[in-house]
Design a protein around this ligand. Structure first.
Ligand code: SF4
Length: 251
């Protein structure tokens, strides 16, 4: 799988604007070829709608690029940028597929953009307001302990990353839960009401998880899958620590 650079998402977004522009030019061509009056009114309405949508999308994309470039944003701007990214995402995915770019690469780019937006907002939280949301596939498959019910059921044998995550969460004072899927991740987020989330998962689950957590600042950390997807996965603890440190008020 190729790394998805942030600019990939932006470039695909721009290419969508180019396609919109081409459609606009085509409609304009039809108008200028003297259709009957009704057709003209209809076409002018369509063009007007296109122009409004294009201006909104171009403005949103510009603002997003500006925030990413300056690495500075506010909570409100961040929310707006998140909306822009969510609006663009389905079209960007389709455009990427058309151009033969792997979905995972686009998701990787999306996660990087969301991470940078979260970091750029500069929002800080108390340790207890931060939740580390980790996937069940980090647990060693031979481990009999029910850590999805309560992560404290881990016996800390060190055969998987859960031990290290537990130690880190305790040391930093943040919450840690292990979710066995998107539904449980949403349930934990609703019950624990964190102000910020450090989510660990693969590209696909992180993307859908981030989209589910609208309104909550999220930093995504990709897991490593040396044994294939969803099976004895790992996470680099230093990356999780780095993400928590970006969000935490003081350590
Ligand atoms: S570290 Fe915890 S979760 Fe992982 S295998 Fe050992 S007891 Fe099980």
């Amino acid at each position: 799988m190729k790394e998805g650079k942030k600019r990939l998402f932006i470039l695909l977004g721009l290419s969508i604007l180019v396609v919109y522009g081409a459609i606009f030019a085509f409609i304009w061509f039809l108008i200028s070829n003297r259709s009957p009056l009704f057709n003209k009114i209809l076409l002018i309405s369509i063009v007007a709608a296109f122009v409004v949508i294009m201006l909104f999308m171009a403005g949103g994309l510009l603002l997003l690029v500006f925030s990413l470039w300056r690495f500075k944003s506010s909570r409100r701007l961040n929310k707006f940028n998140r909306c822009v990214v969510e609006i663009f995402f389905p079209a960007v995915s389709r455009m990427g597929r058309l151009l033969g770019i792997e979905q995972q690469t686009i998701e990787n780019s999306y996660i990087k953009i969301v991470n940078q937006m979260t970091a750029a907002s500069g929002e800080k939280f108390r340790a207890e307001e931060i939740l580390i949301l980790a996937p069940h596939c980090l647990q060693n498959v031979n481990c009999p302990h029910k850590i999805t019910i309560d992560v404290q059921n881990c016996h800390r044998c060190g055969r998987c990353s859960v031990n290290g995550l537990l130690q880190m969460a305790e040391e930093m004072g943040v919450k840690l839960v292990i979710a066995s899927g998107g539904t449980f991740a949403r349930k934990f987020a609703q019950e624990l009401k964190p102000k910020a989330i450090v989510a660990i998962a693969c590209e696909r689950d992180l993307t859908s998880g981030i989209q589910d957590m609208q309104g909550i600042p999220v930093l995504g950390v990709l897991n490593e899958r040396p044994n294939g997807p969803c099976y004895n996965t790992n996470v680099q603890l230093c990356k999780v620590r780095q993400a928590v440190e970006q969000l935490i008020d003081e350590i």
